[in-house]
Design a protein around this ligand. Structure first.
Ligand SMILES: [Zn+2]
Ligand SMILES: [Zn+2]
Length: 479
């Protein structure tokens, strides 16, 4: 069961830290012809006293929609319909009554000036809906004859290959020779961005395939762990090639993880690596000096992988598919946790989880930026691509960025952050304050660049053309 609709309870929202700014002006309770606002849960929730010194700021409690007596049949009907429809994010977070409008009454511009979140009834954990049928990260090779109908059979003889993406870690994969109808399928191609204009390479690879079951979840997971635990910063430097802001922020998040050991931050970093590696070519690592004796050696000195051996294309695809499944799973975990943390802000935790929310939101946006680039880059159907990108930007990006803005009204902007003055805002949490100081330096350094990112457009030759497009929205405030 999903979250139930929250019908206004007489809880005071005026003293919670983020809501006083985020809450809309009082909803008028006159006889609106469209939809009278009714509270139907007369449960009284006694509000705990907050903090010690903040009582002077407390305003009298607002009594919202306290109901006396049973509902009229039409009211009951309306409550039923809203429950079926689910409350929108704003009404859920601020514990307001939602209605059927689109946007709902509470999200009408006049009521929600400080709440820049699209009115959606979706849970945050479901906000990745827009890529449900998106397969651009692994699909291309399926259409190149990778289909099962092309496979005539497998050799009974099995051997183990060490597969790597070139970041010093490898995973052992059992493979067998495969017999096919169309030999073209063994060709692999990729593009490298290190050249003035990106260059493409194409090689014939060995006729080898992993077992039909594909590659095990735990093998992929452990392999990804190595990238996070034993060389994350190096991975960032090599993979992102110094992409401004993004690389620095990833390293800052990583340092925060090292200090706090928060498992969800690690999941988020793993998500970024998993997505990045899904679109990355694989190679075979020789055992010692031994010559592998298989096709696929890269003999072009212009390639960054010169001298290495391309993984057999079927294995490359199998790794890709397993990696693609993995990042989807990680994204789901991260979105679920983000939902829990955001709810915690409005349920008494206030800004305790704010740094984690910032970092998870950043990691999600990093992946979504890459998905936009990869869509433009890999999908020939431009209509499909623009729909996909619009769909992503309409609600999902708006929700992530808008909610972060809504919970940040009591936090100084990144550019203004000064730990000596503001540490108390983050409960004097040293790791969080140091992260803020680091992020401030990154934002200061790239301020002009970050401010221009909302205009970013796809350029085929520039692999960074969409980097920081959404990420910048978290640190650059509209006002
Ligand atoms: Zn609503
Ligand atoms: Zn709404």
């Amino acid at each position: 069961m999903q979250q139930q609709v929250v019908i206004s309870s007489p809880i005071s929202v005026s003293t919670s830290p983020s809501s006083s700014a985020a809450a809309s002006p009082k909803v008028k309770r006159r006889n609106s012809p469209i939809s009278p606002v009714i509270g139907i849960t007369p449960k009284t929730i006694t509000k705990k006293k907050v903090g010690s010194g903040s009582s002077s700021k407390e305003k009298p409690e607002k009594k919202i929609g306290k109901r006396k007596g049973p509902l009229r049949p039409d009211q009951r009907q309306q409550a039923h319909e809203i429950r079926k429809l689910r409350a929108c994010l704003r009404c859920k977070f601020l514990k307001k009554v939602c209605n059927k409008g689109d946007p709902c009454n509470g999200c009408q511009p006049a009521h929600a000036r400080l709440w820049q979140v699209p009115c959606t009834r979706m849970n945050i954990s479901d906000i990745g809906y827009f890529y449900k049928d998106w397969t651009a990260d692994y699909e291309r090779h399926v259409t190149c004859g990778m289909s099962i109908t092309n496979i005539k059979g497998f050799s009974p003889h099995s051997q183990t290959l060490l597969i790597t993406h070139g970041y010093e870690y490898y995973m052992p994969i059992p493979v067998r020779e495969v017999y096919v109808v169309d030999e073209k399928v063994f060709e692999v191609d990729w593009t490298e961005s290190i050249h003035e204009t990106p260059r493409s390479f194409e090689y014939m690879t060995a006729r080898l395939s992993a077992n039909v079951e594909g590659i095990s979840h735990s093998v992929i997971s452990q392999y990804l762990d190595l990238h996070v635990d034993s060389g994350f910063e190096r991975f960032v430097d090599e993979y992102y090639e110094g992409t401004q802001y993004l690389s620095e922020l990833l390293k800052t998040v990583y340092r925060y993880y090292l200090r706090t050991k928060l498992p969800i931050i690690r999941q988020g970093l793993k998500l970024v690596v998993a997505y990045a590696l899904t679109l990355h070519i694989t190679m075979v690592q020789p055992f010692g000096d031994e010559d592998l004796g298989i096709d696929g050696r890269i003999d072009d000195e212009g390639s960054r992988y010169y001298g290495k051996v391309c993984a057999p294309v079927m294995v490359n695809f199998q790794v890709k598919k397993a990696m693609a499944d993995m990042w989807r799973e990680l994204m789901k975990d991260v979105l679920e946790e983000l939902q829990t943390l955001l709810h915690s802000v409005y349920n008494g935790s206030k800004l305790k989880n704010w740094p984690t929310i910032f970092m998870l939101s950043s990691l999600i946006l990093i992946v979504w930026e890459m998905m936009q680039f990869d869509s433009h880059y890999r999908i020939p159907d431009t209509k499909y691509v623009s729909n996909f990108c619009e769909e992503m930007e309409k609600t999902p990006i708006g929700v992530i960025v808008g909610l972060f803005g809504a919970i940040s009204t009591k936090v100084p902007s990144f550019l203004e952050w000064d730990t000596r003055k503001h540490a108390h805002v983050l409960n004097n949490d040293v790791a969080a304050c140091d992260t803020m100081t680091e992020v401030r330096a990154h934002v200061q350094k790239h301020e002009t660049y970050l401010k221009s990112r909302s205009e970013a457009e796809f350029e085929r030759e520039d692999f960074d053309s969409l980097s920081n497009k959404f990420l910048s929205k978290l640190v650059i405030r509209a006002n």
